[in-house]
Design a binder for this molecule. Structure first.
Ligand SMILES: CC(C)(COP(=O)(O)OP(=O)(O)OC[C@H]1O[C@@H](n2cnc3c(N)ncnc32)[C@H](O)[C@@H]1OP(=O)(O)O)[C@@H](O)C(=O)NCCC(=O)NCCS
Length: 159
């Protein structure tokens, strides 16, 4: 078994890393989940921070942080790990670093549309449920949000 040191999370800031991100999106959201029809990129990609997790330099996990127009909030999206690499903490590492980047950039609120199976993952990073679950193409989703800093979060967040 390889050491955990073989895994690292980096920005998708080279053509090779970006190709890796697109491969993961294609495998997970298009082929596995049939969630996307119109492609695996969108208009928010250029203004977003996209991270990619590398296992022995192979791109296996990804996620994206996108500023909202208000400037105070941001969104997490396109979070995925290749099926054969799940359950090793890679998705959590990507989310942890996206959240750290959002905090460092001063966003007061983070939002995301979680798939139901991933709700507990996001709760570990301070996210709370917003409203009722809803279904998109047969997959149960839950809107979630996270207030920063933590002392403000504890006043607003009900679990
Ligand atoms: C959600 C997702 C990104 C998590 O990635 P990951 O690399 O498996 O993340 P982690 O290893 O940090 O574990 C996440 C959770 O999945 C559980 N898990 C363990 N083995 C798993 C497996 N083989 N397959 C799926 N989940 C597994 C972990 O126990 C953990 O559960 P917990 O949060 O209740 O502790 C990944 O399952 C995925 O790509 N899912 C499909 C796309 C998706 O749902 N994206 C999120 C949209 S909000």
């Amino acid at each position: 078994m390889r050491e955990p040191a073989d895994f690292r999370v980096v920005p998708a800031d080279t053509p090779e890393r970006w190709e890796g991100v697109l491969h993961i999106r294609q495998r997970v959201f298009a082929e596995e989940q049939s969630l996307v029809d119109l492609g695996i990129t969108d208009a928010d990609d250029p203004a977003s921070l996209t991270l990619v997790g590398l296992d022995a330099n192979r791109p296996v996990s990804t996620g994206r942080l996108t500023p909202a127009q208000s400037g105070r909030a941001a969104y997490l999206s396109w979070i995925a790990t290749l099926p054969e690499y799940r359950g090793r903490g890679y998705g959590s590492s990507v989310v942890e670093q996206l959240v750290a980047a959002a905090d460092a950039q001063g966003y007061q609120e983070l939002q995301l549309a979680a798939q139901a199976h991933a709700v507990s993952l996001y709760m570990r990073f301070g996210f709370a449920r917003l409203g009722q679950p809803y279904v998109v193409r047969g997959i149960s989703h839950q809107a979630m949000y996270r207030i920063h800093p933590p002392e403000v979060r504890s006043r607003f967040t009900r679990r």
